[in-house]
Design a protein around this ligand. Sequence first.
Ligand code: HEC
Length: 158
Amino acid sequence: MLTKRLLTIAILGAAAIIGFVVYVTSPVEQAGVSNTLTPNDPSVVALGKQVYTQNCASCHGANLEGQANWRQRDPNGYLPAPPHDETGHTWHHPDAYLFVMTKYGIEKMIGKAYPNNMPAYEGKLTDEEIIAALSFIKSTWPKHIQQKHDAITAQSSQ
Ligand code: HEC
């Protein structure tokens, strides 16, 4: 169990690093489009809420509550969808990580096989829509969590 947990931590660590590399070299960055979340922009948040309801809520919950027992793998070894509210760990990850993961999926982000049920949205949603959905998610977090997340993002882009 402990080894599994350590492995997960190692995978997530690697994911963060590789995600950042993908981010730096991604077409989005080359095009100079910012992937900074804007939870205080009402029009972005309104679009994001719509995108979230239509594309994410079926798994992550209408109220961002995630699926039941989301920390436990199902009999096939898949993790359920985690909550996106402050009880989950979405806010532990910087903007770039969240964007890259949603656009390209986990396997492309970490560069190896990792069976999971999180879809990749490249070709299904525009970058603007992905950023809007993530901005909406951030807008629902309490202020102190938003501030912690600001710091995590600032630190990751130094
Ligand atoms: C078919 C179900 C499904 C849909 C639809 C879905 N997700 Fe997920 N998502 C998952 C699962 C399952 C995971 C956990 C994957 C794992 O770690 O094995 C996940 C993980 C994530 C994570 C990582 C969270 C963390 O704490 O590391 C983010 C961010 C995310 N999803 C964003 C989105 C967004 C944004 C949408 C809509 C545009 C979306 N997801 C739609 C199933 C889904």
